[in-house]
Design a binder for this molecule. Structure first.
Ligand code: 2RA
Length: 351
């Protein structure tokens, strides 16, 4: 039978992409129910070419639902994911709330699809967008060469911080446009923005004309939550509890598509040609690696598409068995909505 699907958080940045994804992929669903906060309830939104009225989040919205995809803040998932599961829906949760719990699988369908069946609590988590943006490529290389270490620098798009993140970058760019004197003296952009925009921003520093070495919340010893997620989630997805991971997460003035500079070490020797062969064979990875002809991925060239793009693959000169590479992935698609939809499709195949 065709299972019934609920999208919780249907009006957010990821929710909007999710509606597009379920409308354009193979239509395997019975009812698709849209759910959001009471503020958005009553609005009609397009899904599969039809207007669907958004319902306010309440226990009854899960009645008759087989699979519920959640893209809501951690605190909302903490309360409502268990309610959905109690009422019989399988919950696919995008929040960080359950990802590291041992009885909740953390699934990337290219890498560990069978884990989706192992869900004693009726909950499946989908990873953080930063982890997901590189996982298809790293997972393919790991399957053949056995990963031992990852050192990552991220270049994270503002839409990772939701609709408010994109709005802030657009506002800052608009406020600064045309002024060719700024960006040349310490603090001048902060001053120019202070006169034109509200002080509260999703980012701790100006994001236009800038890069900000901070994403997420403060954790122990000065780590940002995004950096710890990248470490913990990579270990769990790849099934390597001892994987050595270190990273610095940086926000950049890009609307959508996270990029990562990855230094990866493997158990055995791996050449650039080996990596090309593996990545060319990976169905959801696109290799763009011809620097002599200016071919490498950039966020602007891949945004709005589904694959994970890889380029700039080099054999690390001073580190054995190691590659350096550059990865781009749309943080709202594979980084969020698409991976959740793919997990939901795995579950739907059981009906
Ligand atoms: C970000 N990874 O980019 C986060 C979103 N979950 O802010």
């Amino acid at each position: 039978r065709r299972p019934n699907l609920a999208l919780i958080g249907a009006t957010g940045a990821v929710g909007t992409v999710m509606r597009d994804i379920v409308s354009t992929r193979a239509d395997i669903w019975g009812e698709i129910r849209l759910v959001a906060s009471p503020r958005s309830a009553g609005k009609a939104l397009r899904v599969r070419g039809e207007d669907v009225v958004v319902q306010a989040l309440a226990p009854e919205v899960f009645d008759g639902i087989d699979i519920a995809i959640f893209d809501v803040p951690d605190v909302v998932s903490a309360v409502w994911v268990p309610i959905a599961a109690e009422r019989g829906a399988i919950a696919v949760d995008k929040s960080g709330t359950f990802r590291m719990e041992p009885d909740v699988p953390l699934v990337v369908p290219e890498i560990n699809p069978l884990e989706a069946r192992n869900r004693p609590r009726g909950i499946i988590s989908t990873p953080n967008c930063t982890t997901l943006s590189m996982m298809a490529a790293i997972g393919a290389l790991h399957a053949e060469y056995t990963l031992t270490e990852l050192v990552v620098a991220s270049y994270q798009a503002v839409s990772g911080a939701g609709v408010a993140g994109s709005a802030r970058l657009y506002d800052e760019v608009e406020a600064l446009a045309g002024d060719r004197t700024i960006g040349q003296a310490a603090g001048d952009v902060r001053k120019a923005l202070a006169n034109k925009l509200p002080a509260d921003s999703p980012f701790p520093a100006p994001i236009a004309f800038n890069v900000v070495p901070w994403a997420g919340s403060l954790k122990e010893d000065g780590w940002a939550s995004e950096e710890l997620k990248l470490r913990n989630e990579s270990r769990k997805i790849l099934g390597i509890p001892e994987l050595k991971v270190s990273s610095t997460c940086v926000r950049v003035p890009v609307i959508t598509t996270h990029s990562l500079a990855v230094h990866a070490r493997f158990e055995r020797e791996i050449t650039v040609a080996d990596a090309h062969r593996v990545l060319e064979a990976a169905p959801t990875v696109v290799l763009m690696d011809d620097p002599a002809n200016g071919v490498y991925p950039t966020p602007l060239d891949v945004v709005g598409t589904d694959p994970t793009y890889v380029g700039r693959i080099r054999q690390a000169i001073d580190f054995p068995n190691s590659l350096d590479l550059f990865v781009c992935g749309d943080n709202l698609r594979k980084g969020a909505a698409l991976n959740a939809a793919e997990i939901a499709e795995l579950v739907a195949a059981e009906f």
